[in-house]
Design a protein around this ligand. Structure first.
Ligand SMILES: [Zn+2]
Length: 491
């Protein structure tokens, strides 16, 4: 981590040096970070500071300031920071000047521990220079800066807002809130582009780059009402289904990283890593043979997310149902209603949009059927909320499903696939262990599956590939498909 940050700083400094030579009048900024002790309402907290015009400034405020200073510079107005972040000792000195009227022009100073110069939000600017105050009064608000002390025209504060960006590159921030047997969820935002969604890379089994760690990319673009006021923008949540592949009773580390936009570097999210420990899946229903790799692929099944490690004994204990359909076939009756998966002579209700996502279904694949054609199918049990697959040591892969097989066929019939159970059944020839449905965690495996500049920041991805998680259903909601579902997750 350290080495990567140094690298990012170096890049930033080069950018700054280039910029500085172009516009010497602009505030100078040194993005080398250090940690100091800030105070808010008398309480100490660690604060990241950089240097602007030779003064220490809290990093995010410094970014917001430099964006504003550049705009002022373009308008021919030169802003300078006269006072920035203050340590406790500095505030004690200024407070002494104020109460004793002995120094600092007897200027007002807040009680030590209570100044916003100590919380990192306040700076004093060169408002006595020509044009500076008038420019600030007209424009500072659009950069998130406010004048807050009536008697001090030089004192300005930043508490968020403005266009984002800034020379010192905000790293993504956020939290890995949950890693449970149902979901892996949290939020992430990049201060360089506060209203834009970023990707989050979730690694299971170790940090990014660790041997055996499996990475998944998910867009952090879900609406989360709690974020609107907390970070000033709402669409930054992410969630993944808990991978059945790790439901083995063992603990698995879960690391989440915000993927950086603009300057800065990818950043492990707060509360990461977490530990996922889930019991082996209990199986019920019927095992339905996925007859070949083509079918497995047509369904978009994921070994990692969909297939639970269970014993042969547990698989053999399930009665065998009809072979799993070769490919998904989705339909909706003319005039609207529920979306169904066609399953042989049955229709299976897809219970909600979350199930649509979890089953890897494509909204554009939904066909429209005449009501009479729909009525020609028997109503089977609704599809489960997400697929559950198992793999026998013989190599046979099954979907565990609620649909009972049709009654035994008349002699010579073919329905039900009865009698084909067990090892060596037709269709599994050539499906050796390590072939499809086994082996690599991700179908897209390989180092080159990791996009962007990730390697340099997360230390590479030499082991695992990366699985692109489909964008949430909200993106396709505008298709206007009439949809009968129980709840909307991401409105
Ligand atoms: Zn001040």
């Amino acid at each position: 981590m350290r080495a990567r940050h140094s690298f990012a700083w170096l890049v930033t400094l080069i950018v700054l040096l280039t910029t500085a030579s172009r516009a010497a009048a602009l505030s100078s900024i040194d993005c080398t970070e250090s940690t100091d002790t800030g105070y808010s309402s008398g309480n100490a907290f660690p604060i990241q500071v950089v240097t602007v015009d030779g003064k220490k400034m809290e990093k995010e405020s410094a970014n917001a300031y430099i964006v504003m200073a550049k705009a002022a510079d373009a308008a021919g107005v030169t802003l300078k920071v006269v006072s920035g972040f203050r340590t406790m000792a500095e505030q004690q000195y200024l407070y002494g000047c104020y109460v004793n009227c002995s120094c600092n022009s007897c200027n007002l100073a807040a009680k030590p521990g209570y100044s916003n110069h100590q919380s990192g939000h306040a700076i004093d600017l060169n408002t006595s220079s020509g044009g500076v105050y008038a420019w600030l009064e007209a424009h500072a608000g659009s950069f998130g800066w406010k004048r807050t002390v009536p008697s001090e025209p030089w004192h300005w504060e930043w508490w968020g807002g403005g266009p984002g960006g800034g020379a010192c590159g905000g790293h993504p921030k956020g939290y890995l809130d949950t890693a449970s047997c149902e979901t892996v969820a949290g939020w992430a935002q990049d201060p360089d582009a506060p209203n834009q969604a970023i990707d989050v890379h979730v690694y299971f089994g170790g940090p990014a780059g660790a041997a055996g760690a499996a990475g998944v990319s998910v867009p952090a673009n879900d609406h989360r009402a709690d974020l609107c006021s907390a970070i000033g923008s709402c669409e930054h949540g992410f969630d993944l289904l808990s991978p059945f592949g790790l439901h083995d009773g063992q603990p698995h580390a879960v690391h989440a990283y915000g993927i950086n936009l603009g300057s800065g570097a990818n950043q492990e999210l707060g509360s990461s890593p977490k530990t996922l420990t889930c019991p082996p899946k209990a199986l019920s229903g019927y095992r339905r043979h996925v007859t070949d790799p083509t079918s497995y692929e047509a369904w978009g099944f994921s070994d990692f997310f969909d297939r639970a490690p269970v014993t042969d004994v547990a698989i053999d204990a399930l009665a065998e149902g009809a072979p799993w359909p070769a490919k998904p076939e989705l339909m909706i009756a003319e005039g609207g209603g529920a979306v169904y998966q066609v399953d042989g002579s049955h229709r299976r209700h897809v219970p909600n949009p979350a199930a649509m996502d979890a089953w890897h279904f494509s909204w554009s694949a939904i066909q429209t059927w005449t009501p009479s054609k729909v009525a020609g199918l028997a109503d089977g049990p609704a599809l489960s909320q997400r697929p559950l697959l198992v793999r026998h040591s013989s190599g046979a892969v099954y979907v565990v499903d609620a649909l009972a097989p049709d009654p035994a066929p008349a002699p010579g019939g073919t329905a039900g696939g009865g009698g084909s159970g067990g090892a060596g059944e037709p269709g599994t020839a050539g499906v050796a262990a390590g072939g499809w449905g086994g082996g690599t965690v991700f179908g897209t495996g390989g180092a080159d599956a990791e996009p962007t500049d990730d390697e340099s920041v997360e230390g590479g991805c030499s082991v695992s590939g990366l699985e692109r998680v489909p964008v949430g259903w909200s993106a396709v909601w505008t298709l206007g498909v009439a949809w009968a579902f129980a709840r909307r997750r991401r409105v």
